[in-house]
Ligand binder design. Structure first.
Ligand SMILES: [Zn+2]
Length: 404
């Protein structure tokens, strides 16, 4: 089936909606969490395990997959669906985030939402920019071999045609929370011109690659400036994309992020799916769902798992640090009531020991639990929308504690 988004129900007391995204490789029930599979795999776990957890959609990274193994290799093996062993729905991002993370993000020493408040000192640079931007596109320094690689809006579409994901994104420029209004505006306008070029390239490359049913979503930029965000959403919506992603700097606080979402959603067509790029905290997801966001991707749940941060609705901040000495002899599972393969069989004491000992099996067991937590979280959110219950943090926590 070609790409189609269907809204099944709307919440009466907020802007949350329940939907089904139909793709050529299966359905996605929304609100949904997308597991990050940067290099065509979720780190430490197999595609079959990811499917058994109830994960619906994966996102790969165009920049990394282009450098290695290369889009032609992936295309010859049936695209991401054939190559990776995950034959369910795939997304790929455009490399736009790497424009930021390898460029201004390094120079400004920041991530997606700067974790400081206005008035505090600016963070220190983490290194020189590895990116050269022009109207034509972006010159990147390869993280594989240091060679310069050129990404134009057209080349990024061609690469994603070969990778064959069901949902693909145009090249954009993510700005930093420390870019001023003038720079943010110029970058946004360039992103709009690149969106027009991407749409043309998408039409010109029909018939190329393993997946004829791809959908190209638009990306809204504009930083933390209300007029720019609204303008960007109107311009990108006016180009006729079938779905939309919210990208770029979401500000310096959670309040900034929620305002950016409100302005953007306000200008986007009601019937189209809305994806918030790179956000995956429990409270952030709830705030965004209440404001009408349908899809989230975030590397944090799997990255945190590998570093000892295990998700649990029974913890005040939804996470425990398994490295902590208090778990050394703890016979309980990570999260009581969790039905994941790890919690069904293994104790906190074992996970603590595996991580402390550097055993590779730790990464798999921890990742399985955190991904299952995200699947259960999104299912609880969907059930609350269906039942017309408030999407508040404590209500969702009770649902997660009460049943697997
Ligand atoms: Zn578990």
């Amino acid at each position: 089936m070609a790409h189609l988004f269907e809204i099944v129900a709307r919440h009466l007391r907020c802007s949350a909606r329940l939907g089904v995204l139909h793709t050529a490789h299966g359905e996605v029930r929304t609100p949904a969490f997308v597991a990050v599979a940067t290099r065509a795999t979720v780190k430490a776990v197999s595609a079959a395990e990811v499917r058994a957890l109830g994960v619906q959609l994966l996102i790969g990274n165009t920049y990394h997959l282009c450098l290695r193994p290369g889009p032609d290799v992936v295309a010859a093996l049936g695209g991401l669906h054939g190559f990776s062993g995950w034959d369910g729905p795939w997304m790929t991002d455009s490399g736009g985030f790497q424009v930021f993370s390898l460029g201004a993000g390094k120079e400004h020493g920041v991530g997606k939402v700067a974790s400081i408040f206005p008035g505090e000192a600016r963070p220190k640079p983490t290194g020189p920019s590895l990116v050269k931007l022009s109207e034509e596109g972006v010159l990147f320094r390869s993280v594989v071999d240091g060679a310069w690689v050129f990404f134009s809006p057209e080349e990024v579409i061609r690469i994603q045609r070969l990778l064959g994901a069901d949902i693909i994104l145009p090249l954009d420029e993510c700005t930093s929370p420390f870019h001023d209004r003038a720079y943010t505006k110029a970058a946004m306008e360039r992103t709009h011109r690149w969106a027009v070029r991407a749409l043309r390239a998408f039409e010109d490359t029909r018939g190329i690659g393993p997946n004829p049913a791809q959908a190209l979503y638009g990306i809204v930029q504009g930083g933390v400036y209300e007029d720019l965000r609204r303008l960007s959403a109107r311009v990108i919506a006016g180009l006729g994309f079938p779905g939309f992603a919210i990208g770029g700097s979401l500000g310096r606080s959670k309040q900034d992020m929620l305002r950016v979402i409100e302005w953007t959603v306000d200008e986007l067509p009601e019937a189209a799916p809305r994806h918030l790029l790179g956000i995956g905290g429990v409270e952030d997801i709830l705030g965004a769902v209440r404001r009408g966001i349908d899809i989230f991707d975030c590397a944090a749940p799997t990255r945190m798992a590998r570093n000892g941060g295990l998700l649990s609705a029974r913890e005040g901040n939804f996470r425990l640090n398994i490295k902590n000495a208090r778990f050394r002899g703890d016979a309980r599972p990570i999260e009581e009531g969790c039905d994941c393969p790890t919690c069904r069989r293994y104790s906190r004491a074992l996970l603590h020991h595996l991580l402390r000992s550097g055993e590779l099996s730790y990464f798999r067991l921890a990742t399985l639990h955190n991904l299952r937590f995200m699947v259960r979280l999104m299912a609880a959110i969907r059930a609350r929308i269906t039942a017309g219950k408030a999407l508040d943090l404590e209500g969702v926590r009770e649902d997660l504690v009460g049943r697997p």
